[in-house]
Design a protein around this ligand. Structure first.
Ligand code: S3P
Length: 435
């Protein structure tokens, strides 16, 4: 799928059941490989990124057995000793989560490994994980530019540390906490502002002692019990449809069974702040630890808002589609404190600004964000995914927001949506009544 064409939406109304959550899926695979005994997962994400984690675990001797429709069993070997040196470099593909979390896990094993990835992942900062893992006693070496390939020499016994990362990053926090399972005492991470806490919740599900509060997150080393988990739907995937519904009065989308982890729900707060009607019906928490619910968004005449500070890490992956939606709001939308967007799968600040301008929107790039002036009457455009799955899907939403009669937009390289959501364009077509 090199190019996809998407035309203006008529009326948007319907329900979309999105696939299993990518962030939770990575962690469930990893913790299943570290637990002592057999764990079962349901609704594992079909994302290519999650497949990368599964493959890397297998190459390190992990037993990961899919048996259809997102069900997987894992026979874990116990923390510290579960994994062995892979016979070849670990290909993390496009997945920063795979590389950073596995770096933490392998740092706490008596193994040698090289973690590598595609050209996008090779541009992303890895010193941020290499530094704390080195402080804990592992050897972790990046290229001189601070990027992958990342060469690791782990130790089954690491030093406990208190770590204050400069950025709020769940990947970085998780790398240190996972390495902490092999530490000689409690490990603490004190983030500048809270990020998604899936690792903490799933570690608790495995019986590990984890405390979190104003003084950071603290994990005590110890064994992991096997677990069963039905993975909730991915709110970051749902966000594309929910944002689309928000754009016009009379439009409405329901997404059942999605994760409502507080580190992820910033997108719902932004939609509500822009004037959309957001309803959340909480269900049973997945595994008793991960909040889940049905989210309904009804559209409205939107107005501008500010996305800044502690809200940013809580909606970091949804900023591309929120920036698209900002073009439909009356007044100014400002995104600040979001410099991390420049080191995601692409430089999302620069590429969003470029793409939004080619769609006819008023958009200014700042060092750490964007300013979008709306409302704009979007015009069909030729857009580029630049190998970034969330840009591909955000452009599809923009194309659907071109007024009726405005023609189709072309999204080059749209196939990269499979990095997180392989059926995205099918589900969009069904919602738009073109399936
Ligand atoms: C993720 C954390 C975030 C997010 C990424 C998934 C995770 O990255 O952008 O898509 O699953 O831990 P950072 O940790 O770099 O903020």
């Amino acid at each position: 799928m090199s190019e996809v064409r998407v035309g203006p939406a008529g009326r948007v109304a319907g329900a979309v059941t999105v696939p299993g959550d990518k962030s939770i899926s990575h962690r469930a695979l990893i913790l299943g490989a570290l637990a002592r005994g057999r764990s079962y997962l349901g609704n594992l994400s079909p994302a290519a990124d999650v497949a990368s984690t599964g493959e890397c675990l297998r190459l390190c001797g992990g037993s990961v057995r899919p048996f259809g429709a997102g069900r997987v069993s894992l026979d874990g070997g116990g923390a510290r000793g579960a994994l062995s040196s892979p016979p070849a470099p670990l290909d993390c593909g496009n997945s920063g989560t795979t590389m950073r979390l596995l770096a933490g896990v392998l740092a706490g094993h008596d193994v040698e490994a090289v973690l590598d990835g595609d050209s996008s992942l090779r541009r992303r900062p890895m010193t941020r994980v290499a530094e704390p893992l080195t402080a804990m006693g592992a050897e972790a070496e990046t290229t001189p530019e601070g990027t992958a390939p990342l060469r690791l020499r782990g130790r089954a016994r690491l030093r406990a540390i208190d770590y204050r990362p400069a950025v709020a990053s769940a990947q970085l926090k998780s790398a240190v906490l996972l390495a902490g399972l092999s530490a000689d005492g409690p490990v603490r991470v004190i983030e500048p502002s809270p990020s998604r806490d899936h690792t903490e919740r799933l570690l608790r599900l495995c019986g590990v002692s984890v405390s979190s509060g104003a003084d950071g997150v603290r994990v005590l080393p110890g064994p992991l019990e096997p677990f069963g988990l039905h993975i909730p739907g991915d709110l970051s995937s749902a966000a594309f449809f929910l944002a689309l519904a928000a754009a016009r009065p009379g439009w409405r989308v329901v997404c059942p069974g999605v994760t409502l982890n507080p580190g992820r729900t910033g997108v719902l707060e932004v939609l509500a702040a822009m004037g959309a009607e957001v309803t959340v019906d909480a269900g049973e928490p997945a595994g008793g630890v991960e909040p889940v619910g049905t989210v309904t968004v009804a559209g409205a005449r939107l107005h501008g808002t500010v996305i800044a500070g502690a809200l940013v890490p809580r909606c970091i992956d949804e900023i591309p589609v929120l920036a698209v939606l900002a073009t439909q709001a009356e007044g100014r939308c400002e995104i600040r404190d979001a410099g991390e967007l420049r080191v995601k799968e692409s430089d999302r600040i620069a590429l969003l600004a470029d793409g939004l301008r080619s769609l006819g929107a008023g958009c200014e790039e700042t060092p750490d964000g964007l300013v979008v002036e709306g409302p704009a009457r979007l015009r069909a455009a030729r857009l580029e995914a630049h190998g970034d799955h969330r840009l591909a899907m955000a452009w599809a939403v923009a194309a659907a927001l071109v007024p009726p009669g405005g023609g189709e937009s072309a999204i080059a390289g749209a196939g990269c949506a499979a990095v997180s959501y392989p059926r995205f364009f099918d589900d969009l077509a069904t919602l738009l009544g073109r399936g």
